[in-house]
Write a protein that binds this ligand. Structure first.
Ligand code: HEM
Length: 168
């Protein structure tokens, strides 16, 4: 399964999503940034998009909620180890209050994987981030981990969005 994301003005992206009602296109925004997210069979859905393959997925992405993406640069030789860690993860996150969806996304271009998570609201995400489950999931990686895992090839960065529900 493919995922494609693109940036643009909110108006443009809402219109775009509206023109593709038969496809799964979601619009999200945070402060002055807006993005659209597509998931489905079509590869390279957006003309100027960032394209991914889904390595792992749990839950369905919904049109309301709060999205947090961890963008992790991974070395070429580290890819199998990185993907394997996510395939073998204990999978606690899906049992957390307010959890809606997770996607592990392999980039079709470049080296930056995306760990996409969707929550009912921002507080649910913050609660998870401060939980022992987050700590456990990251005992061999993560923000507090002193030694960066060898497969990480750069500085991970976080992006956050509120879903824009077109019906509202
Ligand atoms: C910036 C430091 C971080 C790094 C280097 C990192 C890396 C990793 C790695 C390698 C794993 C696989 C488990 C393992 O360690 O073996 C993992 C699990 C995970 N990470 Fe991170 N992570 C970081 C912070 C975050 C943040 C801020 C989020 C928020 C979206 C996040 C979302 C997740 C999720 C959802 C899982 C799966 C947890 C589970 O199944 O319970 N990570 N992370």
């Amino acid at each position: 399964m493919n995922v494609s994301m693109t940036n643009g003005t909110l108006n443009y992206l809402v219109k775009l999503a509206d023109e593709h009602k038969q496809d799964k296109v979601f619009v999200m925004q945070y402060q002055d940034k807006a993005s659209a997210y597509y998931e489905g069979e079509i590869s390279s859905f957006f003309k100027e998009g960032r394209d991914y393959e889904i390595v792992e997925k749990v839950g369905e992405v919904q049109s309301s909620g709060f999205v947090v993406m961890n963008n992790i640069p991974v070395s070429d030789e580290g890819r199998p180890v990185f993907e394997d860690r996510f395939k073998k993860r204990i999978g606690q996150v899906e049992n957390m209050e307010g959890f809606q969806a997770i996607r592990i996304l392999r980039p079709k271009k470049g080296n930056t994987y995306v760990v996409f998570t969707q929550w009912r609201n921002e507080q649910d995400f913050e609660d998870w981030k401060n939980s022992k489950e987050f700590e456990q999931a990251h005992q061999n990686s993560g923000p507090q981990h002193k030694q960066k895992p060898s497969f990480i090839d750069g500085k991970p960065f976080i992006t956050k969005y509120h879903m824009v529900d077109p019906k509202e």
